[in-house]
Design a protein around this ligand. Structure first.
Ligand SMILES: [Zn+2]
Length: 453
């Protein structure tokens, strides 16, 4: 049956009965993750109060891919601002205990919406939340989000059934490079000449008869159209909602790409919600165009590999300099310096390393999915698509541990927010060394070799 399907191209609307015994078992599921309380929201440091309502619910979606050899890959997408290693591990390990899965095949991707609960670990240092606000967030993470994500994996596993996977791609234009060069530095403005990745990859889960059950789609752009005090998935939330309305009964999950240096435009202001809905509609339209275009049938076998690379950081400033900065009046640099001084007092030294988990999943000869952690800049997507051309290459950023911006060597050497100065808001002690790109690309290359054998 596999040989008969190899190379088959499908056109939507004319789907034949694809196969009697499909070679995939695939389950899809969704779980509401809107907090039960009005908690602090993510992203912007200038926030001064918790959420005041919601535009729509926040969701986590899951898909379990399982090939004929029972190899699995479990992709979870979330309308969340951040994710960290301990939480990803807690979810994956609990799911392993309850459902007997391999925790290493679980990947958690977040949309980086700035209108979701502030679960990022750095909030403790940089947001100066009251004890009551911090307690609400802790309670959300421990009693709502974490068990909700485990439950979601269970639901997706229980939904496994024979499936056909197809892949197609289109594009959307609203993401713009946001590193506008000015006065020897960069300001956060649309930069028309800057690099972008406008691809919209769409992986479709169909019944053996060709009926759509779910789809997962990607885009490389910050979810920062909105800057208000309502729960909202931003453009990705609207896109998922619109797709599910247009295709009743399916589950649609948004996979964040390498959008670290990309913003949606227009954004913010009184019309922010209108712009946001428009970007979501544009992305949903792009997904529909991909559904209507030629789709490649995706075969097994499935191969999944993980590696965590360790990235080197710049030396700390001299202790006297840090202590002086920590004694200044309140500012982000002051808070960061005070945090580093406390770390030095408590531990005697600070390890100048940052771990960066990576994953690759290869679907037969047709699709290579690469996942990088951190706020991955767009160069990484362009590199992978060039380095591993052959199968369709889909690169996701913002996975498992969104520790800080992950610059390429170019962005790091250019400087600016994504290259260096954004580190002031993060627990990562200092900016990366220029070898950051070699370490990340080297790790990805090893993984791709592993899954391509
Ligand atoms: Zn960001």
């Amino acid at each position: 049956m596999r040989a008969g399907l190899f190379g088959l191209v499908l056109l939507a609307g004319s789907l034949p009965t694809l196969c009697q015994g499909a070679e995939w078992q695939v389950g899809v599921a969704q779980e509401k993750i809107t907090p039960s309380e009005m908690v602090w929201l993510s992203g912007y440091g200038g926030r001064n109060k918790p959420a005041e309502g919601k535009v729509h619910d926040l969701w986590a979606k899951a898909v379990v891919f399982e090939d004929e050899q029972k190899q699995q890959f479990i992709l979870i997408t979330c309308d969340l601002g951040s994710m960290y290693q301990e939480l990803r591990d807690a979810v994956a390990n609990q799911a392993a205990k309850e459902f007997g899965i391999d925790p290493d095949v679980v990947l958690i991707n977040i949309s980086h919406t700035h209108c979701a609960p502030e679960i990022a670990k750095e909030r403790i240092v940089f947001h100066r939340l009251s004890d009551a606000e911090e307690a609400k967030l802790q309670s959300y993470i421990e009693t709502e989000l974490q068990p909700g994500l485990v439950r979601l994996i269970g639901k997706a596993l229980a939904d496994r059934q024979p499936a056909v996977l197809t892949f197609s791609q289109s594009s959307a234009e609203f993401a713009k490079n946001r590193r506008f060069p000015m006065d020897g530095g960069f300001v956060n403005q649309p930069y028309a000449e800057g690099v972008t990745d406008h691809d919209v990859p769409v992986l479709q889960v169909r019944t053996p008869e060709g009926q759509l059950r779910g789809l997962f789609f990607g885009y490389a752009c910050h979810n920062t159209t909105l800057s208000f005090y309502q729960f909202c998935g931003d453009y990705a939330g609207f896109a998922q909602e619109i797709i599910q309305q247009r295709h009743p009964g399916i589950i649609a999950g948004f996979v964040m790409g390498c959008g670290g240096d990309q913003n949606p435009y227009p954004r913010h202001g009184e019309e922010g919600l209108k712009h946001c809905r428009q970007h979501g509609t544009d992305l949903a339209d792009a997904v529909d165009r991909a559904l209507m275009s030629e789709a490649k049938v995706i075969h097994g076998p499935l191969k999944v590999a993980r590696e965590t690379v360790t990235l080197d950081l710049e030396p700390l400033p001299p202790v006297a300099e840090l202590e002086a900065a920590a004694a200044e009046s309140d500012s982000y640099p002051q808070r960061k310096a005070a945090y580093l001084v406390r770390q030095l007092q408590e531990h005697g030294e600070i390890e100048l390393k940052q771990t960066c988990p990576l994953l690759a999943a290869k679907f037969g000869q047709e699709l290579l999915f690469v996942a990088i952690s951190g706020e991955t800049v767009v160069d990484y997507s362009r590199f992978a698509k060039a380095d591993f051309a052959g199968p369709a290459v889909w690169v996701a950023g913002y996975n498992d541990d969104v520790f800080a911006y992950l610059p390429s060597q170019r962005v790091l050497l250019e400087g600016g927010y994504e290259g260096r100065s954004g580190i002031v808001h993060q627990l990562t002690p200092t900016p990366f060394l220029p070898n950051v790109e070699n370490h990340v690309r080297g790790g990805v290359k090893r993984l791709v070799e592993q899954v391509s054998r």
